[in-house]
Design a protein around this ligand. Sequence first.
Ligand SMILES: Nc1ncnc2c1ncn2[C@@H]1O[C@H](COP(=O)(O)OP(=O)(O)OP(=O)(O)O)[C@@H](O)[C@H]1O
Ligand SMILES: [Mg+2]
Length: 306
Amino acid sequence: MTPTSADQANTLRLMRLEKSAHTNDAPGEQTSISGTTPTVIAIASGKGGVGKTSLVANLAVAFGEMGHRVLALDGDLGLANLDITFGTHAPLSLADLVDGTASVQDVLRPVANNVYLLPACSGRYDLANLASRERYELLSAIDGMDQHFDTVLIDTAAGIGSNSIGFAGAAERVLIVVNGEPTSLADAYAFIKVLATRCGVERVEVVSNMVRSTLEGEEVFKSLCRMAERFLGVGMDYMGCVMRDRMVSRSLFMGQPLLVVAPTCPASQSIRQLANRLSRQQRTARAASGGIQLFWRRLVASEASQ
Ligand SMILES: Nc1ncnc2c1ncn2[C@@H]1O[C@H](COP(=O)(O)OP(=O)(O)OP(=O)(O)O)[C@@H](O)[C@H]1O
Ligand SMILES: [Mg+2]
C-alpha cells in the first residue's frame, strides 16, 4: 500500500522526536535530591473548570519551596494554559518539539524556584488528538531528564479523551480533582471508570477543591467514594481539600501563581498541606515505584492493549 502524505508526515515527526529523545536535554547538571527517578503525578478530573491547572501550578510551587525539583508538564495539549497560570508567556511549546523545530531544552522554561515548565500550545487540533505512538514518542523525548527531577506533575485536559486517559493511565499516581457539584462527581466517576476499564488503574487519589470547610471536603470525597468503590471497585485515597478562595482567580489577573502573590491565604495554606501529604507518601512509596521509566512503560502497555 502506498503511504499517504499524512502517514509520511507522521513518520517524519516520529523520527524527529526519536532523535530528540536521545539528546541530553536536561536543565543544568544537577541530579535530583532523591538521586532516583521522579514520581509522576497526573492531575485529572473528568469535568472541566474544577481547578486542575491552578492546582498543578501551585502544587509545583509548593513542591519547589520544599526543595523538590519539579517538572510541570502541560498535558492539555490543544487548549494549554499552564503557562498563563505561571504568569509566563512561552514562545516555544511542545508543538515545536513535535514539529521538530525545537529540542526539549529549548522548550523547557524555569517558572519558579526549582520548577520547570514544559508548555503546550492552544488551538492545535492535531496535538489535542495525538496518536498513541506520537504521544509515546513525545514523552520519550522528555525521558532524558529523569535524574534531574524529583516530581513530574501533569496537567491533563478535561474529559475522557485519549490524551487525558493516556497520561493518567500511565502515571504512577492519579490525583482526581472534584468539587461538590453533582456534575463534577458524575464526570469524575466516568473518568475513573474509563481509567479502570481501559488502563487497569486500581487506585486513585482525590482532592476536593473550592470547598468552604474541611468537613465539606470530606463529604465531597465520601460521595465519590460511595459511587466509585461500590460500582467500580477502585480504591480511593483522600488527600485533602483546597478552600474556595477568590485570590485564586485574582492571582491569574496578577500574572503570578497564587502561592507567590498570596502565600498565606486559605487556598495557599491548603495547597501546601496537600503538597506535604503527597510528598510524605511519595517518599514511603518510592521503594515500590519505577519512577518515570515505569510511567512510559505503562503508557505503552496500556495503549498497546487498546
Ligand atoms: N480553590 C479555588 N477557589 C476559587 N476559585 C478557584 C479555585 N480553584 C480554581 N478556581 C477557579 O476556577 C476556574 C477554573 O480553574 P482551572 O482553569 O484551574 O480549572 P481546570 O480544571 O484546569 O479547567 P479546564 O478543565 O478547562 O482545563 C478559574 O477561574 C480558577 O481561578
Ligand atoms: Mg486546565
